[in-house]
Design a protein around this ligand. Sequence first.
Ligand code: SF4
Length: 248
Amino acid sequence: MSFPIKGFLETSFVDWPGKVASVIFLSHCNFRCPYCHNYDLVLHPDQLPTIPFEQVIQQIKKYKGWVDGVCITGGEPTLFPALVQLIEQLRNEHMLIKLDTNGSRPEVLKKLIDNHLVEHVAMDVKAPLNQESYSNCCGVSVDLEKIKGSIDLLRKTFISYEFRVTAVPTLLKKENLLMLANELKGSEKLTLQNFNPEHPLDPGLKNIKPYTDQEIEEMQEEMNQILKGSNKSEGSAFFYSKPATRNL
Ligand code: SF4
């Protein structure tokens, strides 16, 4: 079986916090986030060479014992019909699996979790959970119920998960980020990522000044407080309860 692997990192210390991971980049995505910096995988995947899986697995074997697992990212990996088969091949090498996703396919996520095929999921939550903000930040019209379905699934699951949001100042003001934190109140983690203007899908963002490190730090702190439920200025969370204990 051929897998659309368009990039491979042998070892990474940043893609799976606390673990050493290899990283597999799969092609295609159903979103068009204006700040996407992997957009060659999204817009022109067929122009990129495919890395043979045999080559990838050889490298993974070489680093076995030193690498804890494999991070599967994209693009949007849940679009790939043979994702289960790919993970099963990696499981044969006793690899833990982390999945990066935009959360648009909760049914795939559920299948992976139910079949114990993934240990950690990082879901990019793009904006506060209303249609206009969300579609603005994704560059396409999004089925928000699917996004909420993925959030709900992760919050109730036994596996480790995190939510992440990328802050472009023109798309997400501080009040939008705090609103999102409030909507996700009780979740394990919501990480604020700064926007990188160097190589965005929408060239119009190249001139946008990102938030400063200090602004990011301060907003992250406020979001953490809201997530823990200790910020009195925010209203109540909307549809979730804190998940039970998890096992990673
Ligand atoms: S979800 Fe957005 S940022 Fe992620 S790969 Fe797709 S277009 Fe890029």
